[in-house]
Design a protein around this ligand. Structure first.
Ligand SMILES: [Zn+2]
Length: 100
């Protein structure tokens, strides 16, 4: 597990830089160091999609629980975990790769 490296200037992105870019990855994201547009590789995209499914394993527990407070906090906690580990699974490419 490591943070993504810009394929143009070979600079490692910080956790925060990657986090900011996560929401724009469909259009590519500008490197904070050299301003080149970087895209998520297709293998990285598959990886992050797969990781996104892992929190769903906790879903039966959430649904069975009668307390809304537990349901809402479980969703928030799972999303936070997901978002905070996500930058470590992303790899970058100079070109936009086909999704599948
Ligand atoms: Zn760069």
């Amino acid at each position: 597990m490591s943070l993504p490296v810009c394929q143009k200037c070979q600079t490692k992105w910080s956790w925060l830089d990657t986090q900011k870019g996560l929401f724009h990855f469909n259009r590519g994201i500008k490197c904070p160091h050299c301003k080149a547009t970087q895209y998520q590789t297709s293998s990285s995209l598959k990886r992050t999609t797969f990781i996104g499914l892992i929190p769903l394993a906790g879903l039966p527990f959430v649904i069975q629980n009668n307390s809304w407070l537990v349901k809402i906090s479980a969703v928030i906690v799972l999303s936070l975990i997901y978002l905070s580990i996500m930058p470590f699974f992303i790899s970058l490419s100079n070109d936009e790769e086909p999704m599948w």
